[in-house]
Design a protein around this ligand. Structure first.
Ligand SMILES: CC(C)(COP(=O)(O)OP(=O)(O)OC[C@H]1O[C@@H](n2cnc3c(N)ncnc32)[C@H](O)[C@@H]1OP(=O)(O)O)[C@@H](O)C(=O)NCCC(=O)NCCS
Length: 149
């Protein structure tokens, strides 16, 4: 089995959008995925298994060296095999290389798999944003200090 994590390319967007729609109740439109790719191509990563994209993550660099995880998703058929962990670790490495001190993200309060994954990697729930999502669900803001290892 060949696994590879690499920066996303424009010709990956259709497949990324497929994983996106399989993964989220309110998927990002394809056009927004293109915009993220243009904004920070070095922080938009895909994971490939035997040449097929099975997941992706999008990071953003904000002012004051703050990293933001915009999205992370694995094809439902490939979940619970450690691939989300691999992508998250790689993105955190990239943030560190860019001098990022703190990383934040928003996650649905009902999203136990993601909350568990991020908690396992040192993210802490900082606060709640009420009705953050279109369907009215609240978000946890989770934060990790990269200097704490
Ligand atoms: C969250 C997500 C990316 C995890 O990807 P994954 O490849 O399945 O994760 P891993 O196999 O690396 O799992 C790592 C840890 O995450 C947690 N986890 C993953 N899936 C879980 C589940 N279904 N239930 C509870 N915990 C889960 C566990 O702590 C797991 O460690 P363990 O297997 O040793 O118990 C994946 O479930 C997904 O794509 N979900 C839909 C999109 C999404 O919600 N993304 C997050 C947006 S903020």
């Amino acid at each position: 089995m060949a696994l590879k994590i690499r920066p996303a390319r424009e010709d990956d967007i259709d497949r990324i959008f497929e994983v996106e729609t399989l993964s989220f109740k309110e998927p990002y439109p394809k056009g927004l995925l293109y915009i993220y790719l243009k904004l920070t191509p070095e922080l938009f990563l895909v994971i490939e298994k035997n040449g097929k994209v099975i997941g992706y993550t999008i990071g953003l660099l904000k002012p004051s060296k703050l990293g933001h995880i915009v999205s992370l998703a694995i094809d439902p058929k490939e979940r619970r095999k450690g691939y989300g962990t691999l992508l998250l670790k790689k993105l955190l490495e990239k943030f560190k290389e860019l001098g990022v001190c703190k990383v934040r993200l928003e996650v649905r309060v009902s999203n136990r798999p993601a909350i568990n994954l991020y908690s396992k990697h040192g993210f802490k729930i900082a606060y709640i944003i009420k009705r953050f999502y279109l369907n009215g669900e609240d978000a946890y803001v989770m934060v990790k200090d990269l200097n704490e290892g």
